[in-house]
Design a binder for this molecule. Structure first.
Ligand code: NAD
Length: 341
């Protein structure tokens, strides 16, 4: 029998289909006045979506930035109010859905999310807003998108470096989900299957970036990863990444790739059975080494040094904590974890 646990499921409707499904999904929610939130690099898809929504699309925001600056959130909230929006549709990565969440947080408007990266934010009730260089985050079921529409063709042209970093972000949700205090066996199934889909999808995309089946695998894996994060919450790994991103401005997704193998090296032995299952989902070997090798093979930086962090900053971030110091020193230098170290 598993150890006693609590598993809470957050409801979201997930559709693996195509962009043309969005108007029907919007209608299903009874939304007649849409504020569209479009990431710059998904502009063409955003234009197509606006056309598909027709008269329902009464407003559009194209200014989307990472970590949702407060002034952008305020502008978006005002826009939603001014046009009398009854719902939000986001198309883009974590930053686009993040902006829609900021509006939903104060207005209660429902979100339909159309993701174009693998960050997984569309499956979580977690919001984040940045002001004065500090990112505040919180959890509120009102920001969880009501419907997610995955269309693999939308991420087909996502550059390989952005793809690999984004997959590292998603894998971090799956891996960390097995050792947080809220880890539970229902969620472990999700995390393991997410890991399988993400690693197989990434390997295939590296061979053929425009392979639609592989892009579909990655979106499916990203959805599972976001769901795993929602149930398990975050632990040491995400805390370190948020600290490094907030204080030193490191890029969100890439930071995960450098830090995850080093945190895994330390924490996987505390959950050996779950770690073994994740390991099988990735192939063969030690979990920390497998993650490192996968990231290295996909060309994503595996050291914080490559992301512009100085050695002094890595030391300062550890704030004298021995375990964190070891993790960050190794992550800074990009040391490959191995069985013997
Ligand atoms: P992002 O949305 O900024 O997108 C990453 C990059 O990909 C950007 O340069 C973007 O322009 C580009 N891009 C997006 N779609 C594209 C496409 N179809 N073709 C070409 N380029 C495209 O970043 P992200 O990594 O998706 O998300 C990171 C943000 O999401 C961070 O702010 C992070 O904190 C947040 N996040 C939140 C949660 C949550 O649960 N709330 C979970 C994960 C990430």
């Amino acid at each position: 029998m598993p150890k006693p646990f609590v598993y809470e499921q957050f409801a979201a409707r997930v559709v693996l289909g195509e962009l043309a499904d969005v108007p029907g999904e919007v209608e299903r929610l009874g939304v007649d006045r849409v504020l569209l939130v479009v990431t710059g690099s998904a502009k063409t898809a955003g234009d197509r979506l606006q056309e598909l929504l027709g008269a329902r699309a009464v407003g559009r925001l194209d200014d989307v930035r990472q970590h949702v600056p407060l002034e952008l959130a305020s502008k978006a909230r005002l826009a939603a109010e001014t046009i009398g929006a009854t719902g939000l549709v986001s198309i883009g990565g974590g930053s686009a859905v993040g902006l829609a969440k900021a509006v939903a947080l104060t207005s209660g408007l429902p979100i339909v999310a159309v993701p174009t990266t693998y960050a997984g934010s569309e499956m979580t009730p977690v919001w984040g807003i940045t002001s004065d260089g500090e990112k505040r985050t919180g959890t509120d079921p009102v920001v969880l998108p009501k419907t997610v529409v995955y269309d693999p063709s939308l991420s087909r042209d996502l550059p390989l470096d952005v793809t690999a970093a984004s997959v590292a972000n998603a894998l971090a949700h799956c891996v960390e989900a097995v050792w947080t205090p809220k880890a539970n066996p229902f969620n472990e199934v999700i995390a393991v299957e997410g890991t399988r889909a993400l690693s197989e999808g990434l390997r295939q995309v590296l061979l053929d970036p425009r392979d639609l089946d592989a892009r579909g695998d990655l979106l499916y894996g990203a959805g599972l990863a976001g769901s795993a994060l929602t149930s398990a919450g975050t632990g040491l790994h995400h805390k370190l990444c948020h600290l490094l991103g907030g204080r030193y401005g490191l890029p969100h997704a890439e930071t995960h790739a450098a830090v995850l193998p080093q945190v895994t090296r330390v924490l996987a032995p505390t959950v050996p059975e779950a770690a073994a299952r994740l390991s099988v989902a990735l192939g063969k070997g030690e979990l920390a080494t497998q993650l490192y090798d996968l990231f290295e093979a996909s060309g994503v930086p595996t050291s914080l040094r490559e992301l512009g962090l100085t050695e002094d900053q890595a030391r300062e971030a550890a704030a004298g904590e021995a375990l964190v110091q070891t993790i960050l020193a190794r992550a800074w230098a990009g040391v490959r974890p191995s069985k013997d170290d």
